[in-house]
Design a binder for this molecule. Structure first.
Ligand SMILES: N[C@@H](CCC[C@H](N)C(=O)O)C(=O)O
Length: 259
């Protein structure tokens, strides 16, 4: 069977997107998703998304990691899916869509960036001085010196596969606090490698760094480009009105035969 696919990226976090509004791709198997995301035998991507219809929403987002498993929320993916929906003719000034972690608002900013509202964060756990936070996906945030030289693959893999996290898995972010911004590198669960950027990871890192500060906006650099995280914070350090903002771009479209 030949399928039509679209490739998008948000700060280098890249996705295969399928227009599933007529449900023709609902039966894709884990092996087929893995094949489509494979960089040597397939198209190549960090994840795959289906654009579904859903009553009461502009669309529904279904997200799969590159290993074929259905996963938790993907922030860069959500921003790319809003751009895709717009490109497919779902034209709105404000979007409302449903993802696995609940409903999300989104809109286009003045600079063409896509602003995506993330879930509220009311708790952060601690692990050996590092932070564990759920921003729709589970994240471990470790502050390091000289993140550009850090061995993200080895240390990320070690933490992700440690006894505490092995079963559920966790995404691992290494963060350097620079002058006016933070620099984040992420080892992603389900890709089992470092990706160029991870939206829920950028959000988790920004909130972890803003914990106990007066900031309500954090500028973030990743290997794939810049994003910003905006939020409100109360005296109990509960974060609400959390927005992940950054670019999302169409890359190419094509046809591929499914195995
Ligand atoms: N790339 C993502 C996160 C995708 C989910 C993650 N791999 C997981 O399994 O939790 C993002 O931009 O948020």
């Amino acid at each position: 069977m030949n399928i039509q696919f679209f490739k998008y990226q948000g700060t280098g976090n890249d996705f295969v997107i399928l227009d599933n509004r007529n449900k023709q791709y609902s039966g894709l198997t884990t092996e087929q998703i893995k094949f489509l995301c494979d960089r040597r035998f397939g198209i190549g991507a960090d994840g795959l998304m289906l654009l579904n219809t859903l009553e009461g929403y502009d669309f529904e987002m279904k997200y799969y990691n590159a290993d074929g498993s259905e996963s938790t929320m993907c922030g860069n993916g959500g921003r790319c899916l809003v751009k895709f929906a717009n490109d497919m003719g779902i034209k709105k000034s404000d979007y409302l869509f449903l993802a696995i972690d609940g409903s999300h608002e989104a809109s286009f900013g003045d600079n063409g960036w896509i602003r995506l509202k993330m879930k509220d964060v009311n708790e952060m756990d601690e692990d050996n001085g590092n932070c564990i936070v759920d921003t729709g996906s589970p994240h471990y945030v470790k502050i390091v010196n000289d993140v550009k030289k850090y061995n993200v693959f080895e240390e990320g893999k070690r933490i992700r596969n440690s006894k505490k996290f092995r079963q559920e898995g966790i995404n691992v972010n290494f963060v350097e606090i620079e002058h006016a911004h933070i620099y984040v590198r992420t080892y992603e669960r389900g890709v089992e490698n470092e990706t160029y950027s991870c939206g829920t990871g950028v959000t988790a890192s920004a909130l972890a760094c803003a914990h106990n500060t007066g900031f309500n906006r954090v500028q973030v650099k990743t290997l794939g480009g810049e994003l910003a995280v905006e939020f409100q914070k109360d005296e109990k350090d509960h974060f609400s009105d959390v927005w992940l903002c950054g670019p999302a771009m169409f890359v190419y479209k094509g046809e591929i035969e499914l195995p």
